[in-house]
Design a protein around this ligand. Structure first.
Ligand code: C5P
Length: 407
């Protein structure tokens, strides 16, 4: 499963560190070479001797180590980043998560995170008390790391070392290995390899005047996750992005737009040549009929705004596509109603629709997790539970791949 893969396991100082010798054993059993990096406090929770014995390598800790895997002619932090096929950080504490997001570089783990080749996967398994996990700073840091392509493995609920019961337990080592195997799955097996994929993502802004606009809360995270995963599977991905605050995924061609009309103009350039179109953008349905030059002046009167319909980008693609081109849409509602999604599948002539409900907490706009119900033309319904958007993107593409014509 992981034969010949070089894995760096970064261990932080949390009680879940006691499970890491077992994790190392599982990696080794799967055929991987494992180099353990431990933060200073990690070794308060797990013995260095145990880790060195199961990994068959000395545990690296300080910045100034001289011996490790890789090219002996280069300095250690560079060789580690080049040697690794993947970096797993488990357990990841709030402290390390903050340090990685800030770009600090003062121990072996943080340096390795920065020097890792950008195309190599990073899996972060946070484990901490439930209140800490829910704190705004931890959420913000995890969100930023997810935004730059790290896969965050959500902690599980259960008894915590603090005596509380709740979210915060590190997933069992078996689950961590499974997630890593999925991340390292070779793209050569994907039906998306070499295909042209267009993904729309984020909100659109519809100008009222030169300083104001109508928009929505879409963060673009779901669409960016889909674009990243499609590129990882070897597709040539064009990401048409509304105004969002997200880093461009590795290997993706990004085209920034502002309005629905701009998004249609950019997307339609690829209508003819793309194999797959995924409409993940939350396109504004209406725009002000007559946007004003400069700034609308207020007065004592009420103001009426006349809105006109925007073009339906996904609808236009579906209507004009040739046989074999696959069209996938999202249907977001604020409450139940899978019927709306089925209606959208028909009306927009989609091959697959991903229905999601925005509850403002674990699903929908802005948050890092989501839950999707996938419905295809044959009426198959697949319910995917709440999980990180990165993981969900993989599950969505797993369902899309069989819809692509065989080569
Ligand atoms: O029509 P509705 O917004 O409910 O449909 C949602 C789906 O259609 C999403 O996939 C969205 O990206 C796409 N859409 C679009 N252009 C619009 C409106 C929605 O591409 N103007």
């Amino acid at each position: 499963m992981l034969t010949g893969k070089n894995i760096i396991l970064g261990i932080c100082g949390g009680i879940a560190a006691y499970k890491t010798p077992h994790l190392v054993r599982l990696f080794k059993k799967a055929g991987a070479n494992v180099q353990v990096l431990a933060t200073a406090s990690a070794l308060q929770f797990v013995s260095e001797l145990s880790l060195a014995t199961v990994s068959r390598r000395p545990v690296l800790r300080g910045l100034f180590e001289l011996e490790g895997p890789g090219d002996e002619d280069k300095t250690m932090h560079i060789t580690l980043g080049e040697w690794a096929d993947a970096l797993v950080i488990a357990p990841a504490t709030a402290n390390t998560i903050a340090r990685l997001n800030a770009g600090l570089c003062d121990d072996m783990l943080s340096v390795c995170f920065i020097t890792l080749r950008p195309d190599k996967p990073v899996l972060i398994a946070p484990a901490m008390d439930g209140h800490m996990y829910g704190s705004p700073s931890v959420r913000r840091n995890l969100s930023a790391l997810a935004g730059q392509g790290c896969l965050i493995l959500e902690p599980e609920s259960g008894d915590l070392a603090s005596g509380q019961c709740g979210l915060g337990r590190m997933p069992e080592p078996e689950a961590i290995v499974k997630a890593l195997v999925a991340m390292l799955q070779p793209a050569g097996e994907s039906a998306l390899k070499g295909r042209q994929v267009v993904v729309t993502a984020g909100p659109t802004r519809e100008k009222l005047d030169d300083v104001r606009f109508l928009s929505n809360y879409s963060s673009g995270k779901m669409g960016f996750a889909v674009a990243r995963e499609a590129a990882r599977r070897g597709a040539l991905v064009r990401l048409i992005a509304g105004p969002v605050n997200l880093a461009t995924p590795q290997g993706v061609e990004r085209i920034d737009v502002e309005s629905a009309s701009g998004m249609l103009e950019a997307a339609s350039r690829f209508f003819g040549e793309c194999d797959l179109f995924i409409g993940a953008a939350a396109v504004a349905d209406y725009r002000p009929e007559n946007p004003v030059k400069g700034k609308i002046k207020k007065n004592d009167e009420e103001m009426e705004l006349r809105l006109v319909r925007n073009p339906d980008i996904l609808g236009e693609f579906s209507a004009s596509r040739r046989p074999g081109q696959v069209s996938v849409g999202f249907a977001l509602e604020t409450a139940g109603g899978i019927g709306y999604a089925k209606e959208k599948l028909e009306r927009k002539r989609l091959d697959l629709v991903a229905f999601n409900v925005s509850d403002g907490a674990t699903t929908g706009f802005e948050v890092d997790t989501n839950a999707l119900t996938l419905i295809d033309r044959e009426g198959h319904v697949t319910e995917l539970p709440v999980m990180p958007k990165g993981e969900l993107a993989g599950r969505l593409l797993d369902a899309v791949e069989p819809l692509l014509p065989r080569r």
